[in-house]
Design a protein around this ligand. Structure first.
Ligand code: PEP
Ligand code: MN
Length: 363
């Protein structure tokens, strides 16, 4: 059972709900706070034997907005009610909800200082404050470039600060990476922020999921598992939330099957509305790892643009897109990278598609 309080409910009203819950044997109460753009919403979740607990005593309490019986499924990440606005979250001055679309354009893998600086400068010139920079790269072959690791963090963060970048999506594959990121940010004087990316290969690395869930400093960009069901991916995501971190973005990135050929993965952006209906998480799409190649359709638009269009028209609110100043020189995923010169065209395209989406959607 989930008891939702009115926005900015006072502490004594929250305590009253918890005390009421404690009257029922076998039931425990957990408090969760969601920081929206203008208010803090508190929910009290009753867990245990709640089947016989009546809703009325809670509904009668001061500052209680609603009481809902929910299935245990997606207890924390679930939307639980049709329609309505999701609270979203704010991180380092950037809001993540369904009201805007953020473009995280950047390097699949950080290689040189010069490429990082050129990329950040192009983003700043385009008015963007969000990027992706892979530093810890899980690769299929142990002989492939594994990423520069912690050594490059000082100059990546310095460049981000110089160009006003506020959030960098960065994959982590081990708890030590989170510690390295935290201490490099501290040493650099916190010039930017990091969103911890859980890659598709770690979707069911439950220990890692728990670890990124146990901290609330960094939000989490969770990428769906490429070879498991959507339900399994959503449950994996629930692990992060259940450990205490509700600031999660769910990213669709295609699923693995030869039926997607000639694309790298089968594009799954028809799942954007499904994830929005089932969860309260902002939804991201990654067209680069879905399509995996740069090729133009007869209309002159790359397949990657078309995939982005599919995601945006379906209501995605974040886009993770590989760019590189010189794709031919990239050490990882060069064939799917857009050049920096294509950034303005992509932004204009996204703005038009988003406009079309807003003109046909109810919210
Ligand atoms: C990435 O975004 O760099 C990446 C490796 O993605 P995925 O985990 O979706 O393959
Ligand atoms: Mn990649």
């Amino acid at each position: 059972m989930i008891i939702t309080l009115e926005p900015d409910a006072p502490a004594d009203a929250i305590d009253a709900v918890v005390r009421m819950a404690e009257r029922y044997p076998g039931v425990s109460a957990r408090k969760y706070e969601f920081r929206g753009a203008t208010a803090v919403i508190t929910e009290v979740h009753l867990v245990g034997s709640t089947r016989t607990v009546p809703t009325e005593p809670f509904e009668g309490l001061v500052s209680v907005r609603s009481v809902a019986r929910v299935s245990v499924k997606y207890r924390l990440i679930g939307r639980h009610q049709a329609g309505g606005r999701i609270p979203g979250f704010e991180y380092n001055g950037v809001r993540f909800d369904e009201q805007q679309v953020h473009l995280f354009a950047g390097l699949c893998a950080v290689d040189t200082r010069e490429h990082v600086d050129q990329t950040m400068a192009a983003l700043a010139a385009a008015g963007l404050t969000t990027t992706r920079m892979g530093v810890y790269k899980p690769r299929t072959s142990p002989y492939d470039f594994q990423g520069l690791g912690a050594d490059c963090l000082p100059w990546v963060f310095e460049s981000a600060g110089k160009h006003g970048i506020k959030v960098i999506a960065m994959e982590v594959t081990d708890r030590s990476h989170v510690d390295e990121i935290r201490s490099a940010l501290d040493d650099a004087g916190r010039p930017t922020g990091v969103m911890l990316q859980i890659g598709t290969r770690n979707t069911q690395n439950f220990e890692l999921l728990k670890q990124v869930g146990q901290q609330r400093e960094f939000p989490v960009l969770f990428k769906r598992g490429m070879g498991i069901t959507l339900d399994e991916s959503l449950n994996a995501c629930e692990y992060v939330a259940s450990e205490g971190n509700p600031n999660i973005v769910f990213c669709l990135r295609g699923v693995k099957t030869h039926l997607g050929e000639p694309h790298r993965n089968l594009v799954d952006f028809a799942h954007v509305p499904v994830v929005r209906r089932l969860t309260r998480l902002p939804v991201c799409i990654d067209p680069s790892h879905s399509v995996g190649r740069m090729e133009n359709a007869p209309d002159g638009l790359p397949d990657i643009f078309h995939a982005i269009g599919q995601g945006v028209i379906a209501g995605a609110s974040m886009l993770l897109v590989d760019f590189h100043p010189r794709p031919e020189a990239a050490l990882c995923d060069g064939p799917q990278a857009l050049t920096l010169g294509e950034l303005p065209r992509l932004m204009a395209y996204v703005a038009r598609v988003r406009e079309a989406y807003l003109s046909v959607s109810a919210t």
